[in-house]
Each structure stands twice: as structure tokens, then as C-alpha cells.
Design a binder for this molecule. Structure first.
Ligand SMILES: NC(=O)c1ccc[n+]([C@@H]2O[C@H](COP(=O)([O-])OP(=O)(O)OC[C@H]3O[C@@H](n4cnc5c(N)ncnc54)[C@H](OP(=O)(O)O)[C@@H]3O)[C@@H](O)[C@H]2O)c1
Length: 278
């Protein structure tokens, strides 16, 4: 991919120091000038709660990739604050990192992403900003420790038999980079749902790892309460509620998304989970 530099070279990633942001930054490295934004980012410290730093960080950028903090109770307000700063700074194209199935009334953080999508479209009508939305399904890398052998056991607070269209985070990042580099001429007003190549349950993933490596992975389904007791140290009550609702949804519903759009935007087949096992 080559960059048409007539619109500038710099792309800002909001949330660049997190799991998703690091992958998107890596995919853009060497193609565009990447500005990494977050509260802890050394060059572009910003706070989405107050707007501090956003105007300076966005000035001179051709595009912005917006990744919201995980299960934040205020995601639409954070996005609108960033959109105002981006439009005032003259940014032309905002790409919003949403999720597959945003309109899922049983999952409050998905519903907030549906609201964000609507805010983005409304903002674009009023202020002329160009937009694109990516809707990834669950990342295969959520199970990275099992895939790379760091963990020998796995407890998830939902059924081991629920199936997901796990997508490689690196494929999501490659699509994000393409959309940002090609820009609004090709991708304005597009919403791309991104699924991986096959529907797999956690039990299937564990079996793939065991067959490929000979390692034994002890997997089980725990209760949401048990999981929360182990992981709730730094989580607010609202964050716990949002995650708990997601786990309850996963316990009795599959979470699937097709892979044809992913393949088209990658220009190749999406990466299967078995290729991520080491
Ligand atoms: N995991 C999946 O399978 C999946 C699938 C689809 C969509 N998603 C979505 O992807 C998004 C990102 O997930 P992730 O796992 O990459 O999250 P993450 O690793 O927790 O990263 C969050 C990023 O946001 C920054 N941040 C947090 N609060 C901030 C604030 N007030 N102002 C500015 N920056 C702030 C963090 O850096 P600092 O703390 O330094 O500020 C960090 O860079 C979430 O919205 C999630 O719903 C995830």
C-alpha cells in the first residue's frame, strides 16, 4: 500500500497503547506517520474524559482511528468529544472501531457502540466529516495465552460450546490500515462487518491446540461470579455489569459474522485460528 500524501501523512490512533491500538499501529508503521494517543502515550497524551490533548494531537492529521476504552460506561460521549476535536482540527476521515452485532439489546456495551455509530453518521451530516465503521467479531487473540502455550488451563464464564467467528486481530489491523491509507474516496459511509473464516467454540480452539502441539489444556466453564472474583480488581461495578451481560449472552447465543467482507478487504483468505498456534 502506498500513501497519497496530498492529504498529509499523519494518522492518529486513539487508544494506541492498548491491545487493538498496538496492532493497528504496527500495521500502519512504515506506510504512514503514526501518532499514538492515550492517557499513557508519551508523545500524544490525551484524555477522552476531558478532551485534554485531543486538539493538538489531531492537528495536521489526514485520518483518525478511534478505539474506545473497553466497556466504558460513556462511550458515545467520548466519541462525540473526539469528533468535535477532529472536525475543529480539520481532520477529513474518522474510522470508528465498533463491534459485530452492535444492536444487541442484551449487551449494553454493544448498544453503546450502536449509539456511537449513529452519533458518527449524524455528526457527518452536520459537519461534513467522512467516516468508516469496522465491526470486528471476537478476536482469536483473546485466547493468545492458550494459542502460544503460556497458559495450560482456561476457564471461561460461558458455555464451552458457544461458537464465534474468531478473527485474527492482525487481520483486523490490516483492514484498518487499508481503510485509513485508501481513505474516504473509497471507504466513506461504509460499514464493514469482519468475521474470521470459521465458526469455532472454545472447546474447538482447545482441541486444535492439543492436536497441533500435543499440549494438554484443561478447559472448563466457570460461573460469572467466580470469574468476576478472579478478575474484578480494577473494574468498576458498571464495567462488571457490562462484562457479565456479555458473558450471559455468550452462554446461550453464538456470536458469528461472515468472512467474505474480511477476505475482500484483505485481498486474501482471513487467517484461520490454527495458523496462530505456536
Ligand atoms: N476483544 C475483542 O474481541 C473485541 C472485538 C471487537 C471490538 N472490541 C473493542 O475494541 C476496543 C478496544 O479493546 P482493547 O482490548 O484493545 O482495549 P485495551 O487494551 O484496554 O485498550 C484501551 C486503550 O484505551 C486507552 N484509554 C483508556 N481510557 C482512556 C481515556 N480516558 N482517554 C484516552 N485513552 C484511554 C488505553 O490507554 P491508557 O489507559 O494509557 O489511556 C488503551 O490505549 C473496545 O472498545 C472493545 O469493545 C474488542
Amino acid at each position: 500500500m502506498t500513501l497519497d500524501v496530498s492529504r498529509g501523512t499523519d494518522i492518529a490512533i486513539v487508544g494506541a497503547t492498548g491491545k487493538t491500538g498496538r496492532a493497528v499501529a504496527a500495521a500502519l508503521d512504515g506506510v504512514a506517520v503514526v501518532r499514538r494517543l492515550s492517557r499513557s502515550a508519551p508523545d500524544y497524551p490525551v484524555d477522552l474524559e476531558t478532551g485534554a490533548g485531543l486538539a493538538e494531537a489531531f492537528t495536521g492529521c489526514r485520518g483518525v482511528y478511534f478505539i474506545a476504552p473497553n466497556v466504558n460506561p460513556d462511550e458515545p460521549a467520548l466519541l462525540v468529544r473526539a469528533l468535535n476535536a477532529a472536525a475543529s482540527a480539520g481532520v477529513d476521515h474518522v474510522v470508528y472501531h465498533s463491534v459485530a452485532w452492535p444492536y444487541s439489546p442484551r449487551m449494553p456495551h454493544h448498544m453503546d457502540k450502536a449509539r456511537c455509530e449513529e452519533e458518527l453518521r449524524a455528526f457527518s451530516s452536520e459537519r461534513g466529516l467522512h467516516w468508516t465503521i469496522l465491526q470486528p467479531c471476537a478476536y482469536a487473540q483473546n485466547f493468545e495465552a492458550v494459542l502460544d502455550g503460556t497458559a495450560a488451563d482456561l476457564a471461561v464464564p460461558y458455555s464451552l460450546d458457544t461458537t464465534f467467528s474468531f478473527i485474527s486481530l492482525d487481520d483486523v489491523a490490516e483492514v484498518a490500515a487499508r481503510v485509513l491509507i485508501e481513505g474516504p474516496e473509497l471507504h466513506h459511509a461504509a460499514t464493514y462487518e469482519l468475521g474470521g473464516p470459521e465458526a469455532l467454540s472454545v472447546r474447538d480452539v482447545v482441541r486444535l491446540v492439543e492436536v497441533a502441539t500435543g499440549r494438554v489444556v484443561a478447559s472448563r466453564s466457570s460461573s460469572v461470579d467466580e470469574w468476576m472474583k478472579l478478575h474484578n480488581d480494577s473494574m468498576s461495578a458498571d464495567e462488571q455489569h457490562r462484562l457479565g451481560a456479555m458473558f450471559e449472552f455468550y452462554d446461550d447465543r453464538d456470536f458469528l459474522a461472515g468472512s467474505a467482507v474480511t477476505a475482500t478487504l484483505l485481498g486474501r483468505e482471513p487467517t484461520p485460528v490454527r495458523a496462530l498456534i505456536s
